[in-house]
Design a protein around this ligand. Structure first.
Ligand code: ZN
Length: 300
């Protein structure tokens, strides 16, 4: 029997920042804080987490080092200057990839010469047009940001600028960073263009927003049709749990590393929601939140 109780907002709890600093970060070497905004941590296997803890999304962009090149996976909120951070962390040539086209992953695309994105109509259109203030301003309301913005950032003018140039990639594309290969897995559901990157040698899956240890969004809709689709998300999770077996998931929100076995748990969670009968809470917009161990799922 479904039970629900009404709460105000299933996505952003009031005083979300009371959870900070998150304990998991004690496991990693803190490299520093850049522009009073980006916290940078050195993770195992030559990866840096560039963490924007001051904003509710707590987005994490990753700098992944190979022998010859580095990859920046996502460019963050676009409030600070992530390019300066990256230039301080590595002298290697850097290629830039978007895990998907949500605002908090593409904010600084415009600072780079070229961005690799998945071959999806909505993602291409968004990369070429950016997002206007009216499409992103709701992300700055209330207590969504709890530390001062980086110097020079004007929230009243917040928007996502277009990328200078894009290169589209398909499922199975391999990025060779020199002694480190990252294989693109198309994982639609959270958004049509979502990808993961598989680093088989190090047994790491970079999961983007398809899985992370927080509230997973299976409910998003936007005026430019970059929508979440629950049934597609479910299918993606089933396929992943049947085909991918890694030690670590490097995740794009809240804290960066969880055990690979969480993929199977997440797939089961989607299946259980589909089958019905789980408890959930519902908010004033009619969104339902289901809670599991270390993650939640929000659906319509
Ligand atoms: Zn997203």
């Amino acid at each position: 029997m479904n039970k629900s109780k009404n709460i105000k907002d299933v996505v952003q709890p009031t005083k979300w920042y009371s959870e900070l600093p998150r304990k998991q970060y004690e496991n990693y070497t803190k490299v520093g804080v850049y522009q009073n905004w980006f916290e940078v941590y050195r993770l195992p296997h030559n990866v840096y987490a560039i963490y924007e803890s001051g904003h509710f999304q707590e987005v994490i962009s990753f700098l992944i080092l190979g022998k010859e090149k580095a990859m920046l996976l996502d460019t963050g909120l676009g409030m600070g200057n992530i390019k300066l951070v990256v230039e301080d962390l590595t002298e290697l040539p850097v290629i830039v990839v978007n895990s998907h086209c949500h605002f908090d992953h593409i904010g600084d695309n415009y600072r780079f010469d070229n961005i690799y994105i998945y071959n999806d109509e909505g993602a291409i259109s968004r990369a070429e047009k950016g997002l206007e203030n009216c499409e992103v301003e709701e992300n700055l309301v209330g207590d969504s940001t709890y530390i001062p913005y980086p110097i020079g950032f004007n929230p009243a003018n917040y928007h996502i600028k277009p990328a200078n140039k894009i290169t589209v990639i398909e499922d199975g594309h391999v990025f060779d960073l020199g002694d480190r290969e990252l294989i693109v897995k198309h994982t639609p559901g959270h958004s049509p263009d979502s990808i993961m990157l598989l680093d088989e040698k190090n047994s790491i899956l970079f999961t983007g927003d398809t899985f992370y240890p927080a509230v997973l969004y299976a409910h998003l809709e936007s005026s430019d049709n970059v929508n979440s689709v629950f049934d597609i998300y479910l299918q993606t999770m089933k396929e992943l749990s049947n085909t991918i077996d890694v030690k670590y998931l490097y995740c794009s929100h809240n804290y960066p590393i969880v055990k690979g076995s969480k993929l199977k748990e997440a797939a089961k969670a989607f299946i259980d929601i589909k089958n019905g009968g789980l408890e959930f809470v519902e908010d004033s917009k009619g969104l339902k939140k289901y809670t599991f161990d270390e993650f939640c799922i929000v659906t319509k």
